[in-house]
Design a protein around this ligand. Structure first.
Ligand code: GUN
Ligand code: ZN
Length: 433
């Protein structure tokens, strides 16, 4: 039996990149809008006035007052096993990994623990309105079985992978080049392309993989079509120096990945705060993407991402929370910090660009914009209902706003999980506040 339902509220979505077409042409907005969903797919979108008259009387219409429907948020870089170390004090990347991250990830050898954490993680993601994410597991293959198991129960469009790391970390977290390859292959065969799930080959970062391991990661990408590649790049100055020492024969950090066939479409590099111009160009030329992780880059003192420069080089950029170095699951909060990072460099982040980065831009970075990222008919119905009265403060501030732009900007600065009234994945309600 076909399942059709309609949602009435203000509705806003991106249709293009504001940096390319200007803010005004980058979005569609229906003050009193209607989103019609059938069997998990958007079948119509427009003003309530124009659509209600032709809607079959059997179709239930859910009306949200004082609310804004937007596409679900896309998180292009996050670690599900790091929920337990958010807000760990006092260090920068390499010290933070050793002191907090590795011990926490060690616990995921236990499948039961992994299942519980995956459940907590996914619920938190949905509470914050994120419906798609590109996710790191741990080195343990059972961490990704647990993750994919939980994500498939919720029918979420997510991408993830077991971490590859065969050196420069505690023994309890190491695989080998061969076991990492074999475990990844097993997971790919089990999960890649199953329902809405995809697999990402996930070398942690160049310092924790041998050249042999990176070579085998490249081999996997050649063997299975449609895989992602997900790693970290040029986040921290000490890290970059270390990569130079470990790979003196390579022309820099990006070249380590390039040499092993790890860059191209569906390759996503988190951070990229300290890239050289030629590295930006190479990312742009190859259709690779960068995950901009504002809360993490500030929290670990990593640096300020130069968005304008990446865009000049034609690089696809999405937004990542990078939990647990990042401090919030909320992409509204990522945008709040992104705005300040760009301010410090004399750049602006207008709210429509913010919306774009958190939705359609993220989807484009992941080459998923033909399925998600906005609410055009034919897209999968992943959307959120944002509450204009999320808190008394938000309610007061939004009442004073004179324009959509001002409302959206205030939401992006003040909003967080409390602003998310309901989250839908493929047309099904998966979180109600
Ligand atoms: N570089 C290598 N591993 C990590 C990690 O877990 N988090 C961050 N932010 N950077 C990394
Ligand atoms: Zn990360």
């Amino acid at each position: 039996m076909s399942q059709c339902k309609a949602y009435r509220a203000s509705i806003l979505h991106s249709v293009a990149d504001p940096s390319e077409v200007g803010a005004e042409a980058s979005y569609e907005y229906f003050e009193d809008g209607l989103l019609v969903v059938e069997n998990g797919t958007v079948i119509d979108l427009g003003s309530a006035e124009s659509l209600l008259s032709s809607l079959s009387p059997e179709v239930e219409v859910v009306h949200y007052a004082d609310a804004l429907i937007t596409p679900g948020f896309v998180d292009t870089h996050i670690h599900y096993p790091q929920v337990g170390i958010i807000g760990s004090y006092g260090s920068q990347l390499l010290d933070w990994l050793e002191t907090y991250t590795f011990p926490c990830e060690g616990e995921f050898a236990d499948s039961q623990h992994a299942s519980e954490q995956a459940d907590l993680f996914l619920r938190e993601m949905l509470r914050n309105g994120t419906t798609t994410a590109l996710v790191f597991g741990t080195v343990h293959k059972q961490s990704m079985d647990a993750f994919f198991e939980q994500a498939s129960k919720l029918n979420l469009r997510v991408i993830g992978g077991k971490v590859l790391m065969d050196r420069n970390a505690p023994d309890y977290l190491l695989d080998t080049a061969e076991s990492g390859y074999a475990d990844s292959k097993e997971l790919i065969e089990r999960w890649h392309g199953k329902g809405r799930l995809s697999y990402a080959v996930t070398p942690r970062f160049a310092p924790t993989s041998s050249a042999e391991q990176l070579e085998l990661a490249g081999k996997l990408l050649k063997e299975f079509p449609g895989l992602y590649m997900h790693t970290h790049l040029s986040e921290n100055r000490q890290e970059i120096e270390w990569v130079k020492e470990l790979f003196p024969e390579r022309g820099g950090y990006l070249d380590v990945y390039d040499h092993h066939g790890l860059i191209g479409e569906r390759s996503v590099f988190a951070h990229c705060v300290h890239l050289r111009d030629d590295e930006c160009q190479r990312l742009g030329d190859t259709g690779s993407a960068v995950a901009f992780c504002p809360t993490s880059n500030l929290f670990l003192g990593s640096g300020l991402l130069d968005l304008a420069r990446l865009e000049e080089h034609g690089v696809r950029v999405g937004l990542g929370t990078d939990i647990g170095a990042g401090t919030s699951f909320s992409q509204l909060q990522s945008l709040n910090e992104a705005y300040k990072i760009l301010q410090l460099q004399g750049q602006k982040l207008d709210p429509f660009k913010g919306l774009y980065l958190a939705t359609l831009g993220g989807a484009k970075s992941l080459y998923l914009d033909y399925k998600i990222g906005n609410l055009k008919p034919g897209k999968e119905a992943d959307f959120v209902v944002l509450d204009y009265n999320a808190t008394p403060l938000v309610g007061d501030r939004l009442k004073r706003a004179q324009s959509l732009e001002e409302k959206l900007f205030a939401l992006m600065i003040l909003g967080d999980d409390r602003a998310v009234k309901e989250t839908f994945s493929a047309g099904a309600s998966v979180h109600q506040r």
